[in-house]
Design a protein around this ligand. Structure first.
Ligand SMILES: [Zn+2]
Ligand SMILES: [Zn+2]
Length: 280
């Protein structure tokens, strides 16, 4: 019977085992928790953010398990006290507008950061409430990096966001999709980067080399095709990241994934510590 512990409960157990601290510490480092596809929970003490957590279409990629989805919606541990939800882009394997509307309605303190296209879809979807506007940072569809400083839990600069549009993989046919690469610093201590379905074409990263150089990410989560095409060393260098873990792994995993020796999130419930190297 104990074997049937739900994955949400396992996640909750892992987090509540450590004392609740306002800031990450050596005993309670910032941590990335993998949910499915490109859905990740990042915790840094009391500061908690979600990337691409609510989506409903598979397209051949794993969905978030129903019990985990229910825990997100209900705000039960470890999804209690979520501060910000980040959306990379509006494809159905990343974003479900009615579900996000329902989530914002149920969690009146949560801030949403995403592409301008996400708000458009939400406004047209079931459950939209104009009161959400005050909590949504809808990023315009332009080429320049965009910066936000968000107050959460009473801390004025608890979350710093540096986002840049990186075109969606797949070439000109996807050019109309506003895919955002979010670099997020939690409590000034842990910086993570989520790239959505970013293209592996190097030119755009060269264009934004100043943006990537401006801050080192302790951990970046590129789609697996970027890591597969570039390899770990080039990926870390190009993104200015100390560690990288590939995401968006298909249900039918390609053989080269394991053979590559690079790090990928393949199983829901996997975690990675995000150490603060600045004190090393
Ligand atoms: Zn996509
Ligand atoms: Zn996708």
């Amino acid at each position: 019977m104990m074997k049937r512990l739900s994955s949400a409960l396992l996640l909750a157990t892992c987090i509540s085992a450590a004392p609740a601290l306002a800031h990450p510490s050596e005993d309670d480092p910032a941590t990335a928790h993998f949910l499915a596809n490109e859905a990740i929970l990042v915790t840094a003490g009391e500061t908690r953010i979600l990337f691409d957590p609510l989506f409903s279409v598979s397209y051949g990629y794993p969905l978030v398990a129903p019990d985990v989805r229910a825990a997100i919606m209900a705000g039960t541990p470890p999804f209690d006290g979520v501060d910000v939800v980040f959306v990379s882009h509006v494809h159905g394997d990343h974003f479900d507008a009615p579900a996000v509307n329902a989530y914002l309605a149920a969690h009146p303190d949560v801030i949403l950061v995403g592409p301008w296209q996400a708000r458009l879809d939400m406004q047209a979807a079931e459950g939209w409430d104009t009161a959400f506007e005050a909590r949504i940072h809808a990023l315009p569809f332009n080429a320049s990096p965009q910066h936000l400083v968000l107050e959460v839990d009473g801390v004025a600069d608890a979350i710093r966001v540096e986002t840049v549009h990186i075109p969606h993989a797949g070439g000109p046919g996807r050019a109309g999709i506003q895919n955002m690469a979010h670099r997020v610093t939690l409590n000034g201590e842990a910086t993570v980067m989520h790239l959505g379905d970013a293209t592996p074409e190097p030119a755009i990263y060269d264009t934004h080399s100043d943006h990537f150089a401006a801050r080192t990410s302790q951990h970046a989560f590129p789609p697996y095709w970027v890591l597969g095409e570039w390899g770990g060393e080039t990926t870390r260098a190009r993104l200015n990241a100390e560690a990288v873990t590939g995401i968006h792994i298909p249900i039918n995993q390609p053989d080269w994934l394991e053979e590559s020796g690079e790090d990928y999130f393949t199983e829901a419930g996997e975690t990675r510590p995000i150490p603060d190297h600045s004190h090393d």
